[in-house]
Design a protein around this ligand. Structure first.
Ligand code: FES
Length: 106
């Protein structure tokens, strides 16, 4: 089963089994993982599902779309080269993704 590991800025870490086709945001919300607010429910209009993807895992993800790129300039915590919006990251078969949640989303 695909896995996603969420690490908080404070260092707490949680790995969840994720369903193929769900988003990384949905997997967090469903499992009560803190640090992802997802105010808009995944409609790409809030940027409160911001995560920092582990550098080594970046290449395994599809490139971001233009809208995600735009939205990432409006995150509460500064954008970094490994920033993504977790509602735009679909869980794929065999995925073992590691992300860090920012200290704040709002
Ligand atoms: Fe709102 Fe991702 S949940 S942009």
């Amino acid at each position: 089963m695909p896995k996603v590991t969420y690490t908080e800025t404070a260092g707490n870490c949680r790995t969840v089994d994720a369903n193929v086709g769900d988003s990384v945001m949905e997997s967090a919300v469903r499992n009560g993982v803190p640090g992802i607010v997802a105010e808009c429910g995944g409609s790409l209009s809030c940027a409160t599902c911001h995560v920092y993807v582990e550098e080594a895992d970046l290449a395994s993800l599809p490139p971001m779309g233009e809208m995600e790129d735009e939205m990432l300039w409006g995150t509460a915590e500064d954008r970094r080269p490994n920033s993504r919006l977790s509602c735009q990251l679909k869980v794929a078969d065999g995925m073992d993704l590691r992300v860090t949640t920012p200290a704040t989303q709002v």
